[in-house]
Design a protein around this ligand. Structure first.
Ligand code: SF4
Ligand code: SF4
Length: 127
């Protein structure tokens, strides 16, 4: 069992004029560059989310407990897309761990430039 410090999850607001289109693009493109933070790990431990913890590779970095995502829980091999991304009946993409997703996911995009870098349409006006 990991030992956790009590770290408060910071409130993260979406950038002004941003409106997620649920196109799934960020999750499909960034899913495997997600750095799991100590906050994430502590939160999932408290929530009893072994299903999530089983899918990350946890290690120490600069005296912090961090992790890489996402791995198959049995084979421990890296999977080829985020296991939490679903597209019910070919509609908009949804994150099935939306309420407890990694901080890196909550923080995307950090700015308009960050969105453009990854072809995120969230700043474009809806028609
Ligand atoms: S790429 Fe942008 S608009 Fe599309 S799901 Fe991600 S955050 Fe939302
Ligand atoms: S955890 Fe959720 S928000 Fe993050 S990449 Fe997967 S589906 Fe997207």
């Amino acid at each position: 069992m990991l030992t956790c410090r009590k770290l408060k999850l910071k409130g993260i607001m979406p950038p002004k004029d941003f409106n997620c289109k649920q196109c799934g693009g960020c999750c499909l493109r960034l899913g495997f560059e997600i750095q799991i933070t100590e906050n994430d790990i502590c939160r999932w431990e408290k929530q009893g989310r072994e299903d999530i913890l089983d899918r990350i590779d946890i290690y120490f970095f600069k005296s912090l407990v961090v992790g890489d995502a996402w791995f198959h829980p049995r084979t421990t091999k890296e999977v080829d897309r985020c296991p939490w991304l679903k597209r019910p009946q070919n509609k908009k993409y949804i994150c099935t761990i939306q309420n407890t997703k990694p901080e890196a996911c909550k923080e995307f995009p950090k700015s308009k430039g960050h969105a453009e870098e990854y072809n995120c349409p969230g700043f474009k006006k809806s028609h």
